[in-house]
Design a protein. Structure first.
Length: 156
C-alpha cells in the first residue's frame, strides 16, 4: 500500500531524472528522519522536559536520553520501510538484511560523529553547515550501502 502511494508521486518526468529505487529510498528515508526528529522533540521537550534523567549511579542528559529511546525505534521503522518499500524483493534472508542494516546504520553513526568532530573542532567550520555536509555524505553512503549490500537483488 505504501509503495503504491509513493509510486503515484513518481511522475513520468521523474523517470528521466531519478531511478525508482532512489525515489523510494528518498521518500522512506525522509519519512523516517522526520519521524525520528518528531519523536526526539517530543521526548526531549515534553517527556524529559529538558531535565537530566537521574538514575541510581549516574545522570543522563535529556538530549542523550531522548536519543537512546528514539534510536532503536527509528532503526526498526527505517529497516521496515527499506525492506518492504524502498528495496522490496531482495532474496536475502531477513536476519541477514537486518544485521547488514544495523551495520550500515552504526557505520553512519560513526561517520556522523567523526565528521562533526573533524569539521567543527579541527577545521573550525560552523556546526550547522558541517552537519549538512556530513549528513549529505551519510545519505550517499547509506543509499549505496543499502542498495548494493543490505538489500541487494542478487547473491554472489
Amino acid at each position: 500500500m505504501i509503495q503504491k502511494i509513493i509510486n503515484w508521486f513518481y511522475f513520468p518526468f521523474l523517470k528521466k531524472i531519478i531511478p525508482v529505487h532512489t525515489f523510494r529510498y528518498a521518500v522512506c528515508g525522509g519519512a523516517n528522519t522526520a519521524f525520528d526528529i518528531f519523536l526526539y522533540a517530543v521526548l526531549y521537550n515534553f517527556v524529559f522536559k529538558k531535565e537530566d534523567v537521574v538514575l541510581r549511579c549516574f545522570v543522563i542528559p535529556p538530549y542523550i536520553a531522548a536519543f537512546l529511546i528514539v534510536f532503536p525505534i527509528t532503526l526498526f521503522t527505517g529497516y521496515w520501510l527499506m525492506n518492504n518499500v524502498a528495496f522490496h524483493g531482495s532474496p536475502l534472508r531477513s536476519r541477514t538484511k537486518m544485521m547488514r542494516y544495523v551495520l550500515v546504520v552504526c557505520f553512519n553513526l560513526a561517520v556522523n560523529y567523526i565528521g562533526l568532530k573533524l569539521f567543527v573542532e579541527y577545521f573550525h567550520f560552523y556546526p550547522t553547515p558541517s552537519k549538512i555536509l556530513v549528513t549529505s555524505i551519510c545519505v550517499a553512503i547509506s543509499y549505496l550501502s543499502q542498495k548494493h549490500f543490505t538489500f541487494r537483488h542478487h547473491t554472489r
